[in-house]
Design a protein around this ligand. Structure first.
Ligand code: FES
Ligand code: FES
Length: 427
């Protein structure tokens, strides 16, 4: 078939709408199609080509920009979803001393060659410097793992960030005051910023650890989550996991009957409204480069006699507009003469949209396994008397994920995906 013979397919157009942003400190209002991504909006509508596009699938990190002070992938964030929010691209740091120090350090430490990844690297480095002033090399490498560089081997990049952190520690010590953590300020706002979904995540992610340690003797981990060979619905995945805790089933069930208490144990979850067994809520997640906040509704079905239940929910991520549907099943089984309880959990789910790629390669399975382990630790803490829900950890424990193999899966996935159209567009 000659090129001219290729049949013409009609791509449905999406209606244009006004997108209004605070872009690098200036109010910008432009018309854009509803499906326009933020990266295309800033590059093509606003002429800010410092934001680079590599994979356009949320993996390589080249397109990283700040949205309300948090790094996001502008290739999978819809411009319209950022309405009235604050966006900072690489062009927006002209007078910023932290970014000036990073730029100088990148140059000094040979942290770039072709420079394609550099705008995204600098945005992530800036986030590390502001958020993790005590970060060591391992933490820096984990935080950077969502930004791919095909040239440098990362050594210079890590050294550059380490040197800026060291400089800032020295100058703080000389000044005699500690730099405030920008996230803590947002935590105090407690979800009342211009984007409550995002602020909700930040509030959860920054909370301090609960009293139960990962090695709490009251929690006995089950073997890692397994995927059932039989997928019960087309396109859905099935995961089973569980744990055993040193509390009797009746006590555990009574606690689990309080959905708000239950939600306080689930990392990133928040109940916004409850009407009987119908719930409106949000669950925020962050793994590697991806932050997402799924807002949606769920219905709780409970069988008190059998000590089992199912939470059936569906939600949409406000930034990428990815959609998730899931049924979380739970069942309590008495152990050791009802002195202990085995908590069995199943997750049937389907993910659609830009984030769906992360449901491959066992990634979600490892992620869910980590979530369930954290849920179990929080449950033990609450049953043991912890009452301050703010202190229940909702933050996903990155070192724990590294140890559990989660990060290896993520890195393997990224490794596979470096082959796509990296360098497709440049400024
Ligand atoms: Fe956005 Fe690769 S992550 S272009
Ligand atoms: Fe990182 Fe070239 S310097 S991709």
């Amino acid at each position: 078939m000659k090129p001219n013979d290729i049949p013409h397919t009609t791509v449905p157009t999406s209606p244009a709408q006004n997108v209004r942003l605070n872009l690098n400190g200036e109010l910008v209002e432009k018309s854009a199609a509803a499906r326009t991504h933020l990266a295309d909006f800033v590059r093509e509508q606003c002429g800010l080509t410092g934001t680079h596009l590599g994979c356009e699938q949320g993996v390589c990190g080249s397109c990283t920009v700040m949205l309300d002070g948090q790094p996001v992938r502008s290739c999978i964030a819809l411009a319209a979803a950022c309405q009235d929010r604050s966006v900072r691209t690489i062009e927006g740091y002209a007078d910023d001393p932290a970014m000036a120090a990073l730029r100088a350090a990148f140059s000094r430490e040979h942290a770039l060659q072709c420079g394609y990844c550099t705008p995204g690297m600098l945005a992530t480095a800036y986030d590390i410097v502001r958020r993790l002033p005590e970060a060591d090399e391992q933490t820096i490498r984990v935080e950077l793992s969502g930004n791919l560089c095909r040239c440098t081997g990362y050594v210079g990049i890590v050294r550059a960030i380490q040197s800026v952190l060291a400089e800032r520690r020295e100058s703080r010590a000389a000044d005699g005051f500690a730099e405030p953590n920008p996230l803590l300020a947002i935590v105090q706002i407690h979800g009342e910023t211009s984007d409550s979904a995002f602020a909700g995540f930040v509030a959860k992610a920054s909370s301090t650890p609960a009293t139960a340690s990962p090695t709490s003797p009251a929690l006995h981990a089950a073997p890692p989550a397994t995927a059932s060979a039989a997928e019960n619905r087309k396109g859905w995945s099935h995961i089973e996991d569980g744990f055993t805790i040193d509390f009797p089933p009746d006590q555990v069930w009574a606690f689990m009957s309080d959905v708000n208490a239950l939600a306080s144990c689930l990392p990133g979850a928040e109940i916004l409204e409850q009407d009987g067994e119908t719930l409106k809520g949000r669950i925020a997640i962050k793994f590697g480069p991806i932050s997402a906040a799924f807002n949606g509704t769920a219905v709780l079905e409970r069988n008190d006699a059998a000590l089992k239940g199912t939470l059936r929910g569906a939600g949409t991520d406000s930034i990428s507009h990815s959609r998730a549907k899931g049924d979380i099943g739970f069942r309590l089984l008495p152990q050791d003469g009802a002195q202990k309880t085995s908590v069995e959990i199943t997750l049937d789910h389907v993910l659609q949209g830009p984030l769906a790629q992360f449901s491959r390669s066992g990634l979600v399975r490892n992620f869910v396994s980590h979530m369930i382990a954290t849920f179990g630790r929080n449950l033990v803490a609450r049953l043991g008397g912890a009452t301050d829900t703010v202190n229940i950890p909702a933050k996903l424990n990155v070192p724990g994920m590294v140890a559990s193999g989660f990060w290896n899966s993520l890195t393997r996935l990224f490794g596979k995906l470096t082959r796509f159209r990296f360098g497709k567009r440049s400024s």
